[in-house]
Design a protein around this ligand. Sequence first.
Ligand code: UD1
Length: 422
Amino acid sequence: MDSIIVRGNGPLHGQIPIAGAKNACLALMPATLLSEEPLTLTNAPRLSDIRTMTELLASLGAEVTGLQDGKVLATSCHGEINPVADYDIVRKMRASNLVLGPLLARLGHAVVSLPGGCAIGARPMDIHIDALSALGAEIELKEGYLHAKALGGLRGAVHEMRFASVGATENFLMAAVLAKGSSVLKNAAREPEIVDLARCLRAMGAEIEGEGSSTITIQGVDRLHGATHPVVTDRIELGTYMLAPAICGGEVECLGGKIELVESFCEKLDAAGVSVEETATGLKVKRKNGRIRAVDVVTEPFPGFPTDLQAQMMALLATAEGTSVLEEKIFENRFMHAPELMRMGARIEVQGGQATVHGVEKLKGARVMATDLRASVSLILAGLAAEGETVVSRVYHLDRGYERVEEKLGAVGAKIERVKGE
Ligand code: UD1
């Protein structure tokens, strides 16, 4: 297994290009199941999660090509479709569950294994099941698989989700676009990735209104056609790289970044003593004078502070002046990076969904282990600010969500290298 070695090396200067959003792309790719005509995604990120989705779609009968070195994914699903999403692929990544809605819409039935994914909590499927059941699907769990059928086809309905789940909103959207009649989803998730999916579905001929708000209205259509759609910028990769100059000093421009994608995050950066300026090409970030100040953070659904930036923010606050409290409200087990940061000298107490971080002057390099995708990059950020050498092992988690992290950080002056393992 590969490791990443980071050496603290002072301020960073330059530009970092931000890729298309992993989480948007993982929802856009299954949309190909909804049409016989090709769907082309531009600005797609080159990540192992995208390869996993490619493998899953291929197993269902779709063709997915492209992305060796480019950023274009050509997808098409004109032949026979296999309705079974197998455990061996689905267990690698929770987002595999996003084929459930489109398979049901296109075929009227689907058999999808319960997913795996990051070890950050229970992550059940009840909200997806309730949402698709509202559209007339009958869903049963048998031997680890969800068996879903809508024999007379899906019917539009009004449904309110008990929680604004991102994945369940995406599954509902992809099912409702081909349902008979109109649907209204209340308490829908408002994430930019949902907006991106709705835009793509609309380019394919779907009738959708209200995406980005808590109420989305969909008028079902008989068929969707092909389209070409650019994947929205990855706001989590953006926020992660914005933290690099915040932690190390210097000034970095994140190309393609927009404030609207990371507004609540920018508010916290401002309070911590980091300035963010929107330019014609991206977001320029630099630390204001003096040490980072402690701030309290609560993770919430969009537009609140994203849970996917909580671990990285903890790395910043580990060296702040004063005590910060981070409250995790989306996942129940998402502080596994805390003990690893403590190996680097951070002072953190975790109690339930709350972590209290007492800032220290300096972190120290250590051997640490990545426990999930966002945790792994938080350890790299901490390593950039630490004295000495930090070795982050198990970086396969990192490769799921960050393309060429060592190149991107290396280009702005970080000392970072990947060591190939067996
Ligand atoms: C998506 C993102 C993930 C991000 C998360 C929250 C993708 C591919 N992944 O995941 O990076 O961390 O949003 O912003 O887009 N829940 C249930 N029952 C359900 C569904 C969810 O209880 O049926 C719970 C989950 O256990 C979790 C919370 O709701 O505690 C949020 O989950 P959800 O919004 O569905 O996240 P994902 O779509 O899985």
